[in-house]
Design a binder for this molecule. Sequence first.
Ligand code: AMP
Ligand code: ZN
Ligand code: FE
Ligand code: FE
Length: 292
Amino acid sequence: MIDLHTHTTHSDGTFSPEQLIRLAVENSLSAVAITDHDTVDAISPALEMAGDKKLRLIPGVELSVDVDLPKNGYLHILGLFIDYENKNLTDRLDYLRSKRIDRVYTILEKLNELDFELSTDDLHLDDTQVSIGRPHIARIMVNHGYVTSIREAFDLYLSDGKPAFVDKERLVVREVIELIHSAGGLALIAHPFSLSFNEFKDYGEYIKDLIKNGMDGIEIYSSFYPPGFVEYLEKMAKELKICVSGGSDFHGANKPEIQIGRGIGNLDIPDRILVDLETFKNSEKVTKRQSR
Ligand code: AMP
Ligand code: ZN
Ligand code: FE
Ligand code: FE
């Protein structure tokens, strides 16, 4: 069993890289990918921790993309097998994290205008390693007793349309794909259900278009999918001959319903998914584009 989508304390997860590796081993996973938002800083300590264990760590990253989608749809792209020391990549991630810090100041200002008393001191903003976001703010709101849960903080204040919402800086699709490719990685559409179309066929059209624009594949196995969606994606992936991956989107206590490897209980992503991804990664199509 593998899990190719997880978050650590370097973004909005609550397990440190070391704790995440330990948890993956305890759960008998054979491979795990760390895919923090806008940072690769968890990879090096996690690789060290995984060193002597029967667990493979796949270096990854997750990026939000600037796109127009229906309802509250959003597009996240996963980079898997990235060279996490690639300077192109780390420079862009540094930029996105600095924008996240600016955004946090604006969100706190908005909250304090609503008569909360929240200080940036609680957020350890000098620790620029961390890709800081709304879940961190939600947590300090819970700690201050302003709300009873992270979810409530989002529902009342932080979600789009709520009084303290501030959007974040995003890159466009083409740049995200190129960035991941230039770092030797595969670019995959994360949890495609978040695109939020009304009908399966609309997902199909949209995904096909992204594949035409260089996307390598899609995350077929994920935590929250409606009945029939996985089967629809599997069929499409087979027809288009694209990569497929799978992961729980584990965030520890920030998404308590999701367990590593198991998702909301029923995930069991087979090892062959990783074997196939590596075969694709080593194919001529991919090795050629790296040497460009
Ligand atoms: P940010 O990157 O700061 O925009 O925060 C996005 C993260 O917030 C997502 O990755 C989710 O983990 C979390 N999130 C978004 N909406 C909610 C919600 N309604 N309840 C709890 N967590 C949420
Ligand atoms: Zn997250
Ligand atoms: Fe995501
Ligand atoms: Fe994620």
